[in-house]
Each structure stands twice: as C-alpha cells, then as structure tokens.
Design a protein around this ligand. Structure first.
Ligand SMILES: NC(=O)C1=CN([C@@H]2O[C@H](COP(=O)(O)OP(=O)(O)OC[C@H]3O[C@@H](n4cnc5c(N)ncnc54)[C@H](OP(=O)(O)O)[C@@H]3O)[C@@H](O)[C@H]2O)C=CC1
Ligand SMILES: CC(C)=CCC[C@@H](C)[C@H]1CC=C2C3=C(CC[C@@]21C)[C@@]1(C)CC[C@H](O)C(C)(C)[C@@H]1CC3
Length: 479
C-alpha cells in the first residue's frame, strides 16, 4: 500500500479504508504541476517570526526543566521566593537523587525502548485504515488508527506489573528518573525535527504552506514538511504518530507512576490524586477513542512537522501536563467531599461541553444532524452550524477544554501557583489557535464567514463577547 493515493478510494491491506469525515472538495483551480508552484515560499510571520520562534525553541524546554527544579521534594514548590529560586539553581547538575540528573544513558535507552514499542504497536496491532483529507497535490494519505489498542495493551501490561510483588516500586522508576527522561524525550524531539527538516530537501515531499520561508530557525520550528515519513517506510506518518501516541500515553503512565510514589510514601492514594488520575487519564482515553478526528485538525491538515509539534508532543505534553500528579506525589492534598464535589462538577461540566461540541461538529461533518441543528450554507458549498454549541460561540470546545484544565489544577490546592501554569498556558494556546483558525476560516469562506461571525459574535466563551469587554475597557481608560 502506498502512503499517498489518488482520491478515488482504494482497499487498504489491513482492513477497510475509510475516508476521513470531511467536506473538503477538490480545489476549483487546476492543480499546479511544478514543485515550486505546489510549494510556494511563505513569509515568516507566525509567533513573531524567527525571533519569536527562536525564543520559544529555547524557552519551552527551559520551562520544562524549571518546572522540575523549582518544584520537587528537595526544594518544595516555591518558585515565588528568591531563596527558592537560588536553592533550585544550586541543585541543577547536583541533584541529590537520579530524578534530577540532567542526563542518564539508562533513561535514554528506556525512552528509546518506549518509542520503539509504540512503533511496534502501530505496526502489529489491528486498526482501521482511514483515508485522510485531500492534499493540494490531489492525493490523499492513508492512516492506520490503532492508538486505542496501543493504550489498552499498555494499560494491560501496566496492571500486570502493578499486581506483581515489587511492581509498584518498579513503576516509580519513572518518577525517580524524571529529568533524565525529559532530556531523552527532548533529544528525540530535536533529532526528529532536524531530521525531517533536512530530509524534506531531498525527497520532494509536499511542504507545509507556513513552514517554507527559507529561514532555518523559523522553518525548523514551524515544520517544513507537511507529512514526513522515514525513508523506505512511507506508510508511517511521523506527525500523526507523534500527535497522540508516545507523548499522550506516556503522560498517563507518568501519572500512574506519581500515584505509585504517593502510595509508597503515604500507604494510600489521596482523593486529589484520584481526581487528577481519573480526569487526565480520561482525556487521553477519549482522545484515542476519537483518534480519527485529528485528521481534520489544523495540526494535521495545515501545520508542518517541526520542533513545535515534535517537542510539544514528546516533551511538553507528558512532562508538563503531568506536573499536577508529580506535585501531589510529594505534596499530598486532602480535598474532602465538598471541595471534591466542586472540582468534579467543574471538570464534568467542561467535559460535557467539550464532548457535546466536538460531537455536534463531528456528526455534522459526517453528514448527520441528529439534533436537527440550524446551519447556513456557504458559497463554497460547506455548511456551518449556527445553533447548538456552535451557535453559542465560535469555539465552544475550547471553552470546555479549558474548564477541564481548571478541574485538573484545583486538586493541587492553593499552596503554590506553579501547578496552575497549565490554565495560563492553555489560555494563550487556545486564544492564539482561535485567532489562527478564524483567519483560516475567513480565508476559506470569505464573506460567509463574516455572516457567521455576525450570527455568532462570541469567540470562545458562550455569550461573552471579549471584544465588547475590550472596547468597554478602552472607553473606561479614556474616562
Ligand atoms: N489539550 C491540548 O493541549 C489541546 C487541545 N486541543 C483540542 O483539540 C480540539 C480540536 O481543536 P482544533 O483543531 O483547534 O479546532 P476545532 O475542532 O475547533 O475545529 C475548527 C474547525 O471547525 C470548522 N468549523 C468552525 N465553525 C464551524 C461551525 N459553526 N460548524 C461546523 N464546522 C465549523 C472549521 O473547519 P472546516 O469548516 O474546514 O471544517 C474550523 O476550521 C479542541 O477540542 C481543542 O480544545 C487543541 C490543541 C491543544
Ligand atoms: C511549548 C510548545 C512548543 C508548545 C507547542 C504546542 C503543543 C503542546 C500543542 C500544539 C497542538 C497540540 C495538540 C495536542 C497536545 C498539545 C499540542 C501538541 C493534542 C494532542 C491534545 C489532545 C487533544 O485531544 C488533541 C488530539 C486534539 C490535541 C491535538 C493538538
């Protein structure tokens, strides 16, 4: 089976080939023939251009380390005091346990083993082959969707280990080698990003429209190739593989390791740890149940695969999204029934909005409209929902996602602001994503998008017009 096929629909070798639930139609213009026409030069404008992308390339890994050195059982979690920072700094390269060693070959070998295991699972476990969206060269790629089976197998093996004598202690090996594992994932992420960047100059593959500026720093970060694959292994799509497997599943495993650490220290697992473990774990499970939906997301359809996604997927997601559980491992919080109920209610509300909104759009895009929602038809032929969750704001799913994120941070109590980094980072990520998506939709739908925006003026939070607030703020400022 070839990786890139004409859009006629063919049989995959494993199981049926299913076409991604998209409404995309063939471009009206003739498909350009030359490589240069297909891959035009882009302007380095996103993230404040080369300077901004250089800054994020350095700062994102740096923050991953800072989150550890300023928040661990040796220093506590006090990045708010000068003495806290000084003490944390003195421990870099000099940490009392292997959890803070900057590099360890054994951890690197374990990490490579984990990555290889994920590839083997992708190869040998069964799964539907889904045909992706139409690419601008007129072809479609096939994707094997078996992330959920990889997760089920991994969880099954984990339970097997945990039920054996010494299994809990074995699991805490991950907690005890946190920084060496961070460094290993970062090495892998950097290697991948460099390799796909270099290889994209040789194999004539389709480039991402936003990652072909000719500026190394910018293109390395944004991602030059759109759908990179290793040589001689064209059916292995590096981007979709990275997006939901080695990082997302590792996040769940690291959380289990933190829970084991807490159990060894306390002899029990606190309510706060259970809440974090359950809800963050469910996020991973839900993401893998819906794995096919990533084919319609901008990371897959538009963005290239570069350091942003490579580092984001392999390092940022598992090691910083796991901060809450790691904090609770050495700093247990007992929430009690009332606080637990409040946190659970917020998280469930977030999950409900997130899932309902994503399902409404997913069903609608698949040609189903079980709730009989209102919609408008654009000149392009695409339909846009104007009632239900998508009539309440233009990104209700982001709002639900953020509420869930709040529910993951609240169990850590209020002794440190650091564990709340996630909701701050997530606001920035979602607002930036909203602006990018709005721009892309305006480009796609033209004045139809303006009509939709008139009908649904609220950007993320239903019925809350941030722009009105901003204008009101400006007027207040003038007074
Ligand atoms: N935890 C994390 O770190 C992250 C989580 N996420 C989550 O991933 C999920 C996917 O996010 P993302 O890919 O950014 O975007 P969305 O799932 O919100 O999809 C946006 C697209 O939906 C289509 N659309 C917009 N409005 C309508 C409408 N009214 N009716 C029908 N279709 C519409 C448009 O595409 P078209 O018209 O072409 O179909 C638009 O480009 C979200 O739930 C988000 O919260 C995302 C990033 C990071
Ligand atoms: C600091 C830095 C370099 C950040 C890069 C941003 C990345 C962390 C995010 C960009 C898009 C992401 C997505 C997910 C995780 C975070 C990153 C990689 C995602 C896999 C989370 C789970 C969701 O269900 C998702 C599959 C929709 C999502 C896809 C985008």
């Amino acid at each position: 089976m070839s990786d890139s096929q004409p859009s006629t629909g063919e049989e995959g070798t494993t199981t049926t080939v299913i076409t991604a639930t998209t409404h995309l139609t063939l471009p009206a213009h003739p498909i350009p023939l030359t490589y240069e026409e297909l891959n035009p030069r882009s302007k380095p404008e996103e993230f404040f251009g080369p300077i901004g992308t250089f800054g994020i390339t350095l700062l994102a890994p740096l923050f991953t380390y800072i989150f550890f050195y300023t928040c661990n059982d040796a220093v506590g979690c006090t990045p708010t005091t000068v003495s806290g920072w000084k003490y944390a700094w003195s421990l870099v390269g000099n940490f009392p346990s292997s959890a803070g060693y900057l590099w360890e070959w054994k951890a690197f070998a374990v990490y490579l083993g984990w990555y290889a295991y994920c590839i083997v699972c992708w190869k040998v476990l069964p799964g539907d082959v889904i045909q992706g969206n139409l690419l601008r060269d007129g072809t479609r790629k096939n994707y094997k969707m078996n992330g959920l089976y990889t997760l089920i197998l991994t969880l099954g093996l984990s339970v097997g280990v945990l039920l054996n004598p010494g299994g809990i202690e074995l699991f805490t090996w991950l907690y005890d080698h946190w920084v060496p594992l961070v460094s290993s994932s970062l090495a892998m992420a950097t290697f991948q990003a460099l390799w796909v960047y270099g290889y994209s100059y040789y194999n004539g593959e389709l480039l991402a429209l936003g990652g072909n500026s000719g500026n190394f720093i910018y293109d390395f970060f944004m991602g030059r190739p759109l759908n990179p694959h290793p040589p001689f292994f064209p059916s292995f799509d590096i981007k979709t593989f990275n997006e939901v497997r080695p990082g997302m599943i590792l996040w769940l495993i690291l959380n289990i390791s933190c829970a084991c650490e807490q159990y060894l220290r306390l002899g029990t697992i606190t309510d706060s740890m259970w809440v974090v473990l359950t809800f963050e774990g469910w996020y991973t499970v839900d993401c893998l149940i819906q794995e096919h939906t990533i084919l319609n997301q901008m990371d897959i359809t538009t963005d290239g695969f570069g350091f942003m996604l490579s580092m984001g997927d392999l390092t940022w997601v598992p090691f910083t999204y796991g901060l809450q559980a790691r904090f609770l491992a050495f700093n247990p919080v007992h929430m009690g029934p009332i606080y637990t109920s409040v946190v659970v209610a917020i998280t469930l509300a977030g999950n409900y909005i997130f899932r309902q909104a994503n399902n409404e759009k997913g069903n609608f895009r698949a040609g189903k409209n079980p709730k009989n929602l209102e919609y408008m038809t654009t000149e392009r032929g695409t339909k846009l929902l104007t009632s239900g969750w998508w009539g309440r704001s233009r990104h209700p799913n982001y709002f639900g996602d953020w509420l869930m994120a709040l529910g993951w941070c609240l169990p850590t109590g209020f002794s440190t602001p650091l564990t709340y980094y996630y909701i701050v980072y997530f606001v920035i990520l979602l607002v930036h994503r909203q602006i990018r998506d709005d721009g892309a939709c305006r480009h796609k739908y033209g004045k139809d998008w303006d009509k939709y925006c008139e009908k649904v003026p609220y950007k993320i939070i239903p019925y809350v017009n941030i722009e009105v607030w901003m204008r009101w703020g400006e007027r207040y400022g003038e007074i």
